[in-house]
Write a protein that binds this ligand. Structure first.
Ligand SMILES: Cc1cc2nc3c(=O)[nH]c(=O)nc-3n(C[C@H](O)[C@H](O)[C@H](O)COP(=O)(O)OP(=O)(O)OC[C@H]3O[C@@H](n4cnc5c(N)ncnc54)[C@H](O)[C@@H]3O)c2cc1C
Length: 405
């Protein structure tokens, strides 16, 4: 196999591993009742003692704690060919990619102290190195001596393009002089956060665009920032470890807060419902009222394992008025109970408090019936159709019952 073919095969194998890893991670989350929504969070704000995030599709989610794992974006050299070669033969991190191009002719793109350090770091893997500074730059006598000691050439001509074949670098082209034949290049450039969320939440940043965090990756309050988005070296293992540290700290802090609420009598909360708002602006008061209703449900069933609430206001142009839709998914041992409200059935639900009241009443009835069935008091009960994505709130398929409100 040629070097190029071997490189492509390696890339394809990496892609397969990448997707398999994501699929495996998602599969592992499923038994824990984690819902994955493929959407971009466009806004995040603090709200009372928690956070509200808004997605591109218009859903609002409220949470006590928030983890940002939104990564960083590398600013590539602004020359033709950089985008096409990035990740294939143009790299930013020697520890990630230099082994694969060891002993090959390499270029370093960049200027200043950081670029000189990058060139010197690469001597671990190759001794055929040229530092390309894209124009004249001041190099101190000490830097020049270090570069010379490792036989690293310096080329100060203006860069024009990276010539490549299918992303495989072949040569660096300059405004004058001969092209420089190379097999790969490393660059030193700036990074910027992939998302504006940390800035919206008032985080403090390092000069390289990472969020400054404290112990256990806490940025402030209940906000945690992990992975590349936070300040530390940027490796997958480090990102995973930071996620684990944040999860540990969040769980501990939720438990401590919960104990404190029980001790001061302000909360007997056992269930931590997941609430989604679609086209409804969540307020702390609305959220609290829904959570209170959820907590009262445990009077009707001894063992509610999970609860999801979706509140949606269909768009005005769909119909006269604006009836709200409320869907409650309850997980009890061995069953999913779904209470879904269909607005066409009840115009009174143009009032959100009425829609919620009726949804929770129906949920209570479902729980009572289910609890009685489990005890053997009721032999069976009616089974209604599941909501379709078209006329109900989007959500998981339920395994058992839908009760229309
Ligand atoms: C070319 C290249 C090669 C690398 N090679 C290696 C290597 O060999 N070994 C190694 O350990 N590391 C390597 N790294 C570094 C590694 O990829 C990162 O350290 C790691 O991916 C960081 O994980 P993360 O979850 O913090 O961020 P990311 O992997 O960047 O993930 C962030 C995720 O958040 C999503 N996101 C961002 N904003 C939003 C939003 N507003 N709403 C919803 N989602 C959002 C993004 O779409 C993305 O999926 C390499 C990086 C690059 C670029």
């Amino acid at each position: 196999m040629s070097a190029v073919a071997a490189g492509r095969a390696e890339e394809e194998a990496r892609d397969v591993v990448h997707f398999e890893l994501i699929a495996a991670g998602r599969a592992e989350l499923a038994p824990y009742g984690v819902e994955i929504q493929e959407d971009t969070v466009v806004h995040a704000a603090r709200d009372g003692d928690g956070f509200v995030v808004t997605t591109g599709a218009g859903a609002h989610h409220r949470a006590h704690k928030l983890v940002l794992a939104t990564g960083l974006e590398d600013q590539l050299p602004e020359i033709p060919g950089a985008r096409e070669t990035f990740g294939k033969s143009l790299f930013h991190c020697p520890y990630c990619d230099a082994w694969e191009v060891r002993d090959r002719p390499l270029a370093i793109l960049g200027r200043g102290e950081k670029a000189v350090q990058l060139a010197l770091a690469l001597t671990t893997w190759s001794h055929d190195l040229v530092l390309c500074t894209d124009g004249w730059t001041r190099i101190t006598a000490a830097q020049r001596a270090s570069l010379a000691a490792h036989r690293i050439a310096v080329r100060t001509d203006k860069l024009v393009a990276i010539d490549h074949r299918g992303g495989r670098l072949e040569a660096i082209r300059f405004a004058r002089g001969e092209p420089l034949v190379r097999e790969a290049a490393f660059f030193h450039g700036q990074c910027r956060p992939r998302s504006p969320l940390a800035a919206q939440l008032g985080c403090r940043f390092t000069r390289s665009g990472s969020v400054i965090t404290q112990s256990f990756e806490r940025a402030s309050g209940g906000l945690y920032v992990v992975g590349d988005a936070s300040r530390d070296v940027h490796f997958i293992a480090v990102a995973v470890a930071e996620g684990v540290r944040a999860a540990y700290a969040i769980n501990r802090s939720l438990r401590i807060e919960h104990t404190a609420r029980i001790l001061n009598g302000s909360d007997g909360m056992k269930l931590n419902p997941q609430i989604t708002y679609r086209d409804v602006q969540p307020t702390a008061a609305l959220d609290r009222s829904i959570r209170d209703s959820v907590q009262r449900l445990d009077r009707y069933h001894p063992n509610i394992l999970g609860c999801r609430i979706a509140v949606e206001a269909p768009h005005r142009h769909h119909r006269k008025g604006r009836p709200y839709r409320v869907r409650i998914d309850l997980t009890v041992p061995g069953k999913e109970l779904v209470v879904a409200h269909h607005p066409q059935l009840n115009p009174a639900h143009e009032d959100l408090s009425v829609a919620l009241r009726d949804a929770f009443r129906a949920a209570r009835r479902e729980l009572q019936t289910h609890a009685r069935t489990r005890r053997g008091d009721v032999k069976s009960h009616d089974r209604l159709s599941l909501p379709s994505a078209k006329n109900g709130i989007r959500g998981r398929r339920a395994t058992t019952i839908e009760r229309r409100v």
